[in-house]
Write a protein that binds this ligand. Structure first.
Ligand code: ATR
Length: 281
């Protein structure tokens, strides 16, 4: 569809943004559903965030995603925030409804959808989450909201693991402990092991947050990282015959929930998967 005076504009606000895959996903989805919409990126520094949000309203930009480092800070500039986003303490999707900016978090739903795709049950299981930053919080909240039995949050900085574990325990009344990431090496049995640290992300592709010995003890392993597709952590899982999944499906699923909030429709995931794989390989 040709861009014209009726084209609705969407985008991604963050810094840096030039390597984002979101424009590939959303523009392909808009085209495949014949919607007169486009998606681009807006590289916004923290000092300019408030002005950028005012600009969204003035220019009638219909919606946007939010990425690092603005997912938490953006909240104070929005008019309404969903309950889920409040619990996670971060917004990754904003809808402009006639000048009212509504903030949502689709990362949590995206994570759960990707577990469903991997045919992993959550209810009644015990999870070990590596990392205690923003991504870890979205994962912990989504597991807590979806019936996980218990969790251990393991982090290099133990104080951050403690704060997150205490929040999860208080807010969701579930069994949630914490430890140093080194202590994970001593654990004997793990139902679900999730890497929500940035260890192993391109270009440090040889690094893993825990040893192969730990990975081999897990029943299911998940890495939020999607670049590279197969991190060192996931290679350990593969080598030991452990079921695993990567962050690529979470990326597509969170995008699909954002797309639904903006357009009222989901896109066809399989088509977008194929398009994205072609685009980046
Ligand atoms: P995100 O929004 O992706 O979660 P973040 O909030 O910066 O990003 O969190 C990064 C996570 O990766 C943190 O848990 C961090 O551990 P610390 O809290 O101890 O910094 C973890 N991380 C980053 N580099 C690490 C490393 N080299 N070893 C262990 N953990 C690391």
């Amino acid at each position: 569809m040709e861009i014209n005076s009726k084209t609705k504009i969407y985008g991604l606000i963050g810094h840096p943004v030039e390597h984002s895959l979101s424009p590939l996903i959303h523009n392909f989805a808009f085209r495949s559903l014949d919607l007169n919409c486009i998606y681009t990126v807006f590289d916004v520094l923290t000092d300019n965030l408030e002005d950028a949000v005012k600009g969204v309203k003035v220019l009638n930009i219909k919606g946007f995603n939010v990425t690092v480092p603005h997912k938490e800070r953006i909240m104070k500039y929005l008019d309404v925030i969903s309950e889920e986003a409040l619990k996670i303490g971060a917004v990754n999707t904003v809808v402009n409804e006639e000048g009212i900016l509504k903030g949502y978090n689709t990362d949590a739903k995206g994570f759960i959808d990707s577990l469903i795709e991997a045919k992993e049950t959550i209810s009644g299981r015990k999870a070990v989450i590596l990392g205690a930053g923003g991504a870890s919080k979205a994962v912990c909240v989504s597991l807590a909201l979806n019936g996980i039995n218990s969790m251990v949050i393991a982090n290099r900085n133990v104080d951050k693991a403690k704060d997150l574990a205490e929040y999860i325990k208080k807010e969701f009344k579930i069994d949630c402990n914490y430890c140093s990431i080194n202590e994970v090496e001593e654990m004997s049995e793990i139902d679900m092991l999730v890497n929500a640290t940035s260890v192993g992300m391109y270009p440090n592709v040889e690094d893993s947050p825990v040893s192969e010995k730990v990975v081999s003890k897990a029943k299911f392993v998940y890495d939020l990282i999607y670049n590279p597709f197969e991190t060192a952590f996931l290679k350990y899982a593969k080598r030991n015959g452990i079921k695993y999944s990567n962050g690529f499906s979470m990326l597509i699923n969170q995008a699909n929930h954002s797309f639904k909030l903006w357009t009222g429709n989901f896109f066809e995931k399989d088509l977008v998967y194929m398009h994205l794989k072609e685009g980046i390989t």
